[in-house]
Design a protein. Structure first.
Length: 377
């Protein structure tokens, strides 16, 4: 496991209060704080030296304590539907993924200008869900808040370098889902700090309602998140509607069984007054039976939530199968018949390794990335 403790901090983990305390403590005027935050989060500087309107003395002080370590693009895959998958190399050589999903149709079927980035929170994952490429790799480490934030900044730098959507004055990414590699709520403190930077006017200024935290079911952390003032959206990766099925495919359920998870979700809903989304990956012969339809409808009604069905995207090295279109339709219609609001996710990036963790998994298996790049742009 890599040790980042000895390396200088990346300043893109600073929030406004900390930047204020730091700079005024060094004897600088408050307006320098606004300038610094502007360089970090609006102008997306890739070095302290690039912050040209900060006095040299302040830049030297910053350079003594901090180091900007931008993510390096290791690989990129572009889908015919506009989805782009990025493999980033971290300063210690570890690899993580983000996926840019341009949506023309919203979840409710309306036109949408939502441009979503699916963001990773950890290198690998400790939770070992049997269907997941990230789980297959095991856990390596938590991402620092700066490494979570820089996934969005790096996409903006990529866009600038490539001239993507250059007619658009506003940032490319306007919607964030913490649904990439890792369990976000297992990296709680860094997650909350990164969300603050995403959300704040001095940061990336992305509305809390456009930020989704997706969890496999860490009930105590859901209750903690419920106590934050921001209206972040919560999505639950359920994937099984009974403890028997969930225990089999999601080991987290043995620690936080369904009743504990659902009552934490109710607490979240009560605190925020917001609807929760339930994500349900359909895996052939594992969680597609009529008893799951029945149980899922009870949970969905109890939470008054919408259910998003996702046909399984097969992963190399995992012997699980995608169900037939008929099975997906039968499951969806069964829920619908029982009064549940249900959608089947419009698939994105089916011609690339869009399921999270796949691109990294392939890269680790093939030590020569330049050969393995395949369809990458
Ligand atoms: S589904 Fe999520 S929690 Fe489960 S192993 Fe994959 S990344 Fe971890």
């Amino acid at each position: 496991m890599s040790n980042l403790a000895d390396t200088p901090r990346d300043p893109r983990s600073l929030n406004a209060d900390e930047a204020e305390r730091l700079l005024t403590g060094w004897g600088h005027k408050s307006y320098r704080v606004t300038q610094l935050l502007g360089w970090l989060y609006k102008k997306r500087a890739d070095s302290i030296d690039a912050m040209s309107d900060l006095p040299q003395g302040l830049r030297d002080q910053l350079a003594d304590e901090f180091s900007l370590r931008p993510l390096e693009l290791a690989r990129e895959q572009s889908s015919r539907d506009g989805t782009v998958k990025f493999l980033w190399r971290l300063p210690d050589g570890e690899l993580i993924e983000s996926v840019l999903i341009p949506a023309s149709i919203g979840r409710d079927g309306s036109q949408s200008n939502r441009r979503t980035l699916c963001v990773s929170s950890q290198v690998g994952c400790a939770y070992g869900c049997t269907f997941c490429a990230s789980g297959l790799m095991g856990y390596k480490r938590n991402l620092a808040a700066s490494e979570i934030v820089d996934q969005v900044l790096a996409v903006e730098r990529w866009r600038l370098a490539k001239g993507v959507d250059s007619h658009r004055p506003e940032p490319l990414v306007n919607n964030i889902v913490m649904m990439g590699m890792g369990e976000p709520l297992a990296n709680y403190d860094n997650l909350i700090r990164a969300l603050e930077i995403f959300n704040s006017p001095w940061g990336l200024n992305i509305g809390a309602r456009k930020i989704t935290v997706s969890t496999s079911g860490l009930a105590p952390q859901i209750r903690r998140l419920a106590e934050t003032p921001q209206q972040y959206h919560l999505a639950i990766s359920l994937h099984g509607a009974t403890d028997a099925v969930r225990d089999k495919i999601m080991p987290v359920n043995r620690k936080y069984p369904l009743e504990e998870l659902i009552s934490a979700c109710e607490a979240y809903q009560q605190a925020k007054g917001r609807m929760i989304w339930v994500e349900y990956i359909l895996i052939d012969g594992v969680n597609t039976g009529p008893e799951q339809v029945e149980a899922l409808s009870c949970l969905a009604k109890r939470l008054q939530c919408k259910v998003n069905l996702i046909p399984y995207n097969p992963v190399d090295g995992i012997e699980l199968k995608r169900p037939s279109d008929e099975t997906v339709a039968r499951f969806r219609d069964g829920l619908h018949h029982l009064g549940v609001r249900v959608t089947v996710r419009t698939e994105k990036g089916t011609d690339i390794d869009a399921a999270c963790g796949q691109l990294r998994l392939k890269s680790e298996k093939k030590p020569a990335p330049s050969q393995a790049l395949g369809q990458a742009g």
